[in-house]
Structures are given as C-alpha cells and as structure tokens.
Design a binder for this molecule. Structure first.
Ligand SMILES: [Zn+2]
Length: 197
C-alpha cells in the first residue's frame, strides 16, 4: 500500500485532531518510522481523511505546500506531548517553537457574530496548504489548557498518542486490534515456546 492509500483509511485513534496529526507515521517505536506525509498529495489525502477539506476540494494554490513546515510542526507537537506524558521537562527549544506557532495561529483568530452569538473563528486561506496547520495548532493549544491533557497516553507498542476517553482511564493501546492483540499474541507465543524448550 502506498502512502496515499494508507492515509485514506488511517486509524484516527488519537481522538483529537492534533494527536491524529502526530500519528501520521507508521510508529514511533520503530527504528526508522515511516513518514506518511511525504508530499502535497499525501497532505491533501490526510486533510480529507480528518474532514478538514471536503472530497470536492479542487486543490491548493501553487507553492503553498512546504513539507519541512508540516514535519517540523508535527515534531514539535510530538515532543511536547510525549514529554508531558512521560513526566519529563519540555525542552526549551520545543516550547519556544510551539509558542511561535501559537502566536501565528492567534493572529488568525477572529470574533464573528452568528445571530446573537459571538464566537471565535479561525480565519485562514483555504487554498493554502500550510495554513491547514492552523486548526491543528489550535487543537494542540486547547488540549494543553484542558482537563483532557491528563488523559493523553502513549501506546506502549507503536508510540502513537491518544486520548483515553474511558471513564475508568484504563485504555492502554492506541487500538486494541492493531496493537493490543498483537502484543498479547506475541506474549502468548513467547510463553508457549518457552514451555516447549
Ligand atoms: Zn499502538
């Protein structure tokens, strides 16, 4: 399966836009994780998968996609949230990079009136590929200041991040099928083969 095919049906186990964005690699515990967002086409496919753009979207304006931008924001978010989950101090350079991104995002927030209501809206150029980082950064900022932050976990098998929404706070794997069962099967075979020796 090529990256585009993979992104079309990638699991959205993160449970939040910013975490699903972080999870656009095959697995962080692999020696060399496969990055799925390798080009503009892959970016568009993922944006459709998370419904940030509709299926009928005709395409980005020329030269508006910069993969280094996308990957650097993803790395910042990954390091920021994994530091928190692991109880580590967040590196100063990661925090300042995140602050820069939040500053950029804040410039795009506007209050608009919808009937009698006044709501905050993210206003950006929907033809610009890089600008779709804005809702992701907003999602990360909201997570950082929300109670949900305590429920962010790191899958012990693949390293993907996810929000544990269970009441008992006992979810262990990003996905039971993809990771939980795999680990259980491996443990079972190790036990059985151990007995046979
Ligand atoms: Zn996993």
């Amino acid at each position: 399966m090529n990256h585009t095919e993979h992104l079309k049906c990638i699991s959205l186990d993160g449970g939040l836009l910013c975490l699903d964005f972080i999870n656009t690699v095959s697995g962080y515990t692999e020696d060399v994780p496969v990055n799925y967002i390798t080009g503009e086409g892959e970016w568009l496919t993922w944006l459709k998968r998370v419904e940030l753009v509709g299926e009928d979207f005709c395409g980005f304006q020329k030269d508006s996609f910069h993969s280094n931008r996308i990957l650097s924001v993803r790395e910042t978010l990954y390091k920021l949230f994994t530091s928190y989950v692991r109880g580590e101090v967040v590196q100063e350079k990661i925090l300042s990079s995140f602050n820069r991104e939040v500053g950029w995002m804040n410039k795009h927030l506007q209050f608009i009136s919808e009937g009698k209501e006044i709501t905050e809206k993210l206003v950006f150029n929907s033809q610009s590929a890089d600008d779709y980082l804005l809702p992701i950064i907003r999602s990360a900022k909201e997570l950082l200041i929300s109670r949900d932050l305590k429920s962010v976990k790191e899958c012990p098998n693949c390293g993907w991040l996810f929000l544990d929404k269970t009441k008992s706070n006992t979810r262990r794997w990003c996905n039971m099928k993809a990771c939980g069962n795999k680990v259980k099967t491996q443990k079972y075979y190790r036990r059985v083969s151990g007995k046979l020796q």
